[in-house]
Design a protein. Structure first.
Ligand code: 8IG
Length: 276
């Protein structure tokens, strides 16, 4: 059997140098010397790019040094430079490399390293995920308060001891709450994937303190913090995690829930970004 995607295992031999090259490429192609805020738009969140401000440049993500084409249907493959009302510049990273793609942690971290090299001080990480709280139906946005990284990996190499207290900045969560004070907060647990969890694994996640289960974000958040950025994480619950609801999970339903919630959560995110 062959898999439909091609894994390019090209090593990011010197990850920080390639991130620097990527940042220079983006500056040149966009004409924007420095970007202030980086955004990764996960399942359901893609529409926010149109609402944040005026698009200055669109670059196919795979043309930027070190990036790959997105692997998942429903993910947007354009890197965009957006001028936000008020004058700040947002960089929307159009292709997220997931750990489950098997390209290694350097590929996963590359977006955050590029964003930092491009000048970004704030990283906004979004995702679609499974919810453990039955009160959170599909379409519920949740602020990430903290995470549990169950990938058994780190984007950091060697003796790089980075403090992760307040990884998901209280200051930024407060700003999000000033836009919508009803936004719940939760602990996001990253599994490696790409399979969804078994019900027993979901129960384990619940027992160790998780509210959300997904396949992204934690490694990127760690890389962002290493690079000196402040992190805001927001999840969209697109399904109840396995065993929390009686019905089985399907990728189609996940995409549908994202589509249905898209306009509402995109407006919310655009409002939050304008306050950052
Ligand atoms: I969307 O239920 C989405 N992504 N691990 N579990 C995990 N990832 C997800 C899920 C889920 N839903």
């Amino acid at each position: 059997m062959t898999y439909p995607h091609q894994v390019n295992t090209q090593a990011l031999d010197n990850p920080f140098e390639i991130a620097q090259q990527a940042a220079e490429f983006i500056a040149k192609r966009s004409g924007v010397e420095r970007h202030d805020i980086a955004l990764v738009l996960g399942s359901g969140w893609g529409g926010a790019a149109d609402l944040i401000g005026e698009t200055v440049a669109e670059i196919p993500a795979h043309e930027v040094p070190g990036f790959f084409a997105p692997a998942v249907e429903g993910h947007v493959g354009l890197t965009r430079s957006i001028k936000i009302e008020g004058g700040k510049h947002a960089l929307v990273l159009g292709s997220r490399t997931h750990f489950y793609e098997g390209r290694g942690v350097r590929a996963v971290a590359h977006g955050m390293r590029t964003a930092a090299a491009a000048g970004a001080k704030i990283a906004v990480l979004t995702n679609g995920c499974g919810g453990l709280n039955p009160a959170w139906g599909p379409g519920q946005p949740v602020l990430i308060r903290d995470h549990i990284n169950l990938t058994a990996a780190s984007p950091l190499e060697g003796a790089t001891f980075v403090d992760l207290t307040d990884l998901y900045s209280k200051r930024l969560r407060d700003i999000a709450h000033s836009v919508d004070d009803s936004l719940p907060e939760g602990v996001y647990c990253q599994f490696r994937g790409p399979h969804y969890e078994t019900p027993a694994e979901v129960q384990m996640a619940k027992t160790i303190g998780a509210d959300l289960v997904g396949m992204s974000t934690t490694l990127e958040a760690i890389a962002a913090r290493e690079a000196g950025m402040e992190v805001l994480g927001i999840s969209l619950v697109t399904n109840l995690a396995a065993g929390i609801s009686e019905t089985a999970l399907s990728h189609e339903e996940v995409i549908e829930a994202g589509k249905a919630a898209g306009p509402r959560i995109s407006r919310l995110l655009a409002q939050i970004v304008r306050q950052l």
